[in-house]
Design a binder for this molecule. Structure first.
Ligand code: NAD
Length: 469
């Protein structure tokens, strides 16, 4: 199919269909003319983004509710506030971030100046997934615009209501000569990826990450890949089960489990499992009531395909808590599975839904081995009253992020980068890390035009003493 393009110049009210090539060409011309480089231009774009969020909060909340039945509270804390915080931080620090970074000199360069210039790459493509469709489109966008790039945003075609707002409303708040939204699913995005971009920022599955990186390789385009995977959550015997149940359940069932950094499965001893199950049972009842289906705080699965996939996973192991589902409104109850085999699908694929399997291990060492036998996860969690246990888990494993006695609270801090390692991706962003991700770090040495005598020492003919150096 032919990709439709929104956000073209002069098309605010009646977006006209345009060829992808034409739009990309126009954005490139804007970049080449240097329009996006001045700080004032970037400030205007960031302020526009801030206004978009303020003016359309309700519209976006409604869209997120239609897409995922996201509660207003969850939408606020995980989508709006995160975007707003990034906009505010970028506006506050833009001038500092943009400054040339002085670099140390050696003795021969005392009269030169040496620095690192942060310059925009040019034309950036951002591809976003559906689970936090606002956050994962706009937070990267803040970084790309702050760094002075022109941007094409390709939101997920699956979160259709949010996609619509991003397509029809967002471009009105940004300079349309430097920004465009393009729509499409796998086929159209595949076609888009044949074009040359100067940077590609992708958030999604490891499977599609490979497709994106392969396409990028044809043009030697650098990429950031924010991917997913199975995030282990180790629960030590030395724990308070009620506290652990609260924290694990909150982060597992947040956004109905459709979170890339959610704890995917629990590793603990059979004894801990016996203590944890009643605690999880009462936590789930407290969070979502005796009938979670009627709770306004539990969302729904994004679409039928994912619903069916998750319903299949409910058949793994044995249901200890929950397990109910209803196709009609894509409801899946907050569920805990036990007696799960490593070879079952629920332990083979990223769950991405409100299902928490518990796998038994006999010791911390066995848990570490279990984790290290698998792909490096995006997030890793460890619960224990003993710092030694938490630190040993931290020291002996690798993951994009790490939470000790906590879930993904670290996401609320722009001082900490978000990014995977190995199978969970490459690169990082949030706050200043975003600005750096979307900037080329150009090494610069400027020498004085005169004082040529000082250079004699390096020119041929090389006398004997130089040959012996
Ligand atoms: P996905 O990989 O299916 O899709 C992501 C984007 O890629 C969408 O915009 C989609 O249109 C596009 N796409 C899909 N197939 C394509 C193809 N064949 N060629 C080109 N583009 C294609 O991911 P999803 O289902 O939207 O999101 C879920 C995944 O994203 C999970 O694996 C999750 O862990 C991961 N995720 C990671 C992060 C992170 O920050 N690391 C955040 C959210 C989600």
């Amino acid at each position: 199919g032919r990709m439709s393009v929104k956000g073209v110049k002069g098309a605010v009210k009646q977006p006209r269909m345009d060829s992808v090539g034409d739009t990309l060409q126009r954005l490139r011309e804007t970049f080449s003319a240097g329009r996006t480089r001045p700080a004032e231009f970037r400030v205007t774009q960031l302020e526009g983004l801030g206004r978009f969020l303020r003016d359309n909060q309700q519209l976006l909340q409604e869209a997120l509710a239609r897409d995922l039945r996201k509660s207003a509270f969850e939408a606020d804390i995980s989508e709006f506030l995160m975007c707003q915080m990034e906009v505010t931080l970028a506006l506050k620090n833009l001038h500092t971030w943009m400054k040339d970074e002085p670099a140390t000199k050696n003795l021969l360069m005392q009269l030169s100046s040496t620095f690192i210039r942060k310059e925009p790459f040019g034309l950036v493509l951002i591809i976003a997934p559906w689970n936090y469709p606002l956050n994962l489109s706009l937070v990267p966008l803040v970084g790309a615009l702050a760094a002075g790039n022109c941007v094409v945003l390709k939101p997920s075609e699956i979160s259709t209501s949010t996609e619509k707002v991003l397509t029809e409303v967002l471009p009105q708040y940004l300079d349309q000569s430097c920004f465009a939204v393009m729509l499409g699913g796998p086929e159209e995005t595949g076609q888009l990826l044949e074009h040359k971009f100067d940077y590609i920022f992708f958030t999604g599955s490891p499977r599609v990450g490979r497709i994106v990186m392969t396409a990028a390789a044809k043009h030697l385009t650098p990429v950031t890949l924010e991917l997913g995977g199975k995030n282990p959550c180790y629960v030590d015997d030395n724990c308070d089960p009620e506290t652990v149940a609260n924290r694990v359940a909150f982060f597992r069932y947040f956004n109905t489990g459709q979170t890339c950094v959610a704890p995917d499965y629990v590793l603990c001893s059979p004894e801990m499992q016996e203590r944890l199950l009643p605690a999880l049972q009462s936590t789930i009842a407290r969070f979502f009531g005796e009938d979670p289906r009627s709770s306004p705080n539990l969302g729904r699965i994004i679409n039928d395909k994912h619903f069916q996939r998750l319903q299949g996973l409910l058949g793994c192991g044995r249901v200890a808590i929950g397990g109910q589902s209803d196709q009609r409104d894509r409801y899946i109850a907050p569920t805990v599975l036990v007696d799960v085999q490593e070879t079952e699908p629920v332990m083979q694929e990223e769950i991405f839904g409100p299902i928490l399997p518990i796998v038994n291990v006999r010791s911390l060492d066995e848990a570490i081995d279990f984790i290290n036998r698998r792909e490096k996860p995006l997030a890793l969690y460890a619960f224990s009253k003993s710092n030694k246990v938490v630190n040993k888990m931290l020291d002996r494993t690798s993951s994009g992020t790490f939470g000790g006695n906590d879930g993904f609270t670290y996401l609320t801090l722009p001082s900490l980068p978000l990014g995977g390692v190995g199978n969970s991706g490459m690169g990082r962003y949030h706050g200043k890390f975003s600005f750096n991700t979307f900037s080329h770090h150009r090494a610069c040495l400027l020498s004085p035009p005169g004082l040529e005598k000082l250079n004699d020492i390096r020119y041929p003919p090389y006398p004997d003493w130089k040959q012996r150096l």
